[in-house]
Design a protein around this ligand. Structure first.
Ligand SMILES: NC(=O)c1ccc[n+]([C@@H]2O[C@H](COP(=O)([O-])OP(=O)(O)OC[C@H]3O[C@@H](n4cnc5c(N)ncnc54)[C@H](OP(=O)(O)O)[C@@H]3O)[C@@H](O)[C@H]2O)c1
Length: 366
């Protein structure tokens, strides 16, 4: 059970339960959440009231959610992606991204305070997600929300931008003057990758659909090539220091590897760790994934002299701080296509999966 001061409405910590016993406090032990009881289509998502709130750990923060960005991972998890890990843990609460207000802090939290507006993202393997009135994140998964952006705008950014950060900054370590190719720059990760590269002083070329061209150019790309109507091989000139492939098809992989300078980094978002674990179980699938990755790494090192990576989003406080700084400066924006109330999460998933919204789909918590 979590204790909340009435004056600021939301305030709760484990440790505060024993200490805050006055008229200004109320207890909450449950909240509203969108729950995934079994894998399936959007219709399996259930809005439940009175969902139990776990106790808050010492380094954790309770966030009263204002907006939650929907990521492709949410829809894939709903359909069963990651079942080797998540099936025994059903029912789950989906959602990685969040923007909202700090409602309570654990006893060792130092950088954030109750009432502060924050945004951030959970790690991909987190079991209790953000599709809820209240989300619980570690202190290092949150940063203050810049006042210049709304909660809806902020919630569209962190998971995608941290994925791009993991690739470009933590893996390829891009630096000023380098050339970066983003294959599939029109989505959230692609747009974040373009903006991170530009902020790092790189020149960016990207492929995207016709309708995304204005968007990727506004994000700072030097050149955008429409993959639906143009021959990428003839249009893509010169070599790149880093290639981020958000699509990860065999043809985009070959294209990306061929276009790298020696010593460059090819990074795909479509690694096979999870799908192999789902097919063969965590142990055998995990071993098969390691072997497959290693084989590709050796192969491309020998054939092209380049490094090959499967990129997985990770929470990264340094990255999140930089992303917040760029957001504050107006240099990190992910367009929002459509918003839905929390109670319409199933419809929001349908719209996201059917590509009926151009831009991020976001749940707004009433
Ligand atoms: N490994 C990880 O940790 C990780 C983390 C985040 C995301 N992902 C994966 O990365 C992918 C992108 O995520 P996201 O959040 O950016 O998704 P998103 O916002 O839904 O964007 C997807 C975009 O991909 C573009 N696209 C599709 N086919 C394309 C092609 N052949 N060539 C160029 N562009 C193409 C489309 O752009 P146009 O509209 O321009 O056609 C679409 O907007 C998803 O598959 C997601 O599951 C992986």
């Amino acid at each position: 059970m979590i204790r909340i001061p009435r004056r600021s409405i939301d305030y709760v910590t484990n440790s505060s339960i024993s200490t805050l016993k006055n008229a200004n406090t109320r207890l909450i032990s449950t909240c509203r959440a969108v729950v995934l009881p079994r894998f399936g289509g959007p219709e399996v998502l259930e809005v439940r009231h009175n969902v139990g709130l776990p106790d808050l750990g010492a380094s954790e923060v309770l966030v009263r959610t204002a907006a939650v960005g929907i990521n492709p991972l949410d829809c894939r998890m709903r359909s069963g992606y990651g079942r080797s890990l998540f099936e025994p843990l059903l029912p789950l609460i989906l959602g990685r991204d969040v923007s909202g207000e700090v409602a309570a802090i654990g006893s060792s939290v130092r950088q954030l305070h109750v009432g502060q507006e924050v945004f951030g993202a959970l790690h991909p393997t987190a079991v209790r997600g953000t599709y809820s009135d209240y989300a619980i994140l570690s202190e290092d998964e949150l940063v203050p929300k810049p006042p210049s952006v709304t909660h809806v705008e902020a919630s569209a950014i962190p998971f995608a931008a941290l994925t791009a950060w993991r690739a470009l900054k933590s893996t390829a370590r891009i630096s000023t003057g380098q050339r970066v190719l983003v294959i599939g720059g029109g989505g959230a990760v692609g747009l974040a990758a373009i903006q991170l590269s530009v902020a790092a002083g790189c020149k960016v070329v990207t492929t995207c659909g016709k309708l995304s061209i204005d968007r990727v150019m506004a994000a700072g790309a030097e050149k955008a090539i429409d993959y639906t109507s143009e021959d990428l091989r003839t249009k893509l000139e010169g070599r790149f220091h880093a290639v981020l492939d958000t699509i990860g098809l065999p043809e985009t992989e070959i294209l990306g590897v061929d276009l790298l300078k020696r010593g460059g980094n090819y990074m795909t978002l479509q690694g096979e760790v999870v799908s192999l674990a789902d097919t063969y179980g965590l142990v055998v699938g995990g071993a098969a994934a390691s072997a497959k990755l290693l084989k590709k790494q050796v192969q491309y090192r020998q054939s092209h002299g380049v490094e090959y990576w499967w990129i997985h989003m990770r929470t990264d406080f340094e990255g999140l701080e930089e992303i917040a700084r760029l957001t504050r400066a107006g240099k990190m924006k992910i367009p929002v296509g459509k918003t839905f109330p929390l109670g319409e999460a199933a419809e929001a998933h349908h719209v996201k999966e059917s590509k009926l919204a151009s831009g991020k789909v976001v749940l707004e918590i009433e």
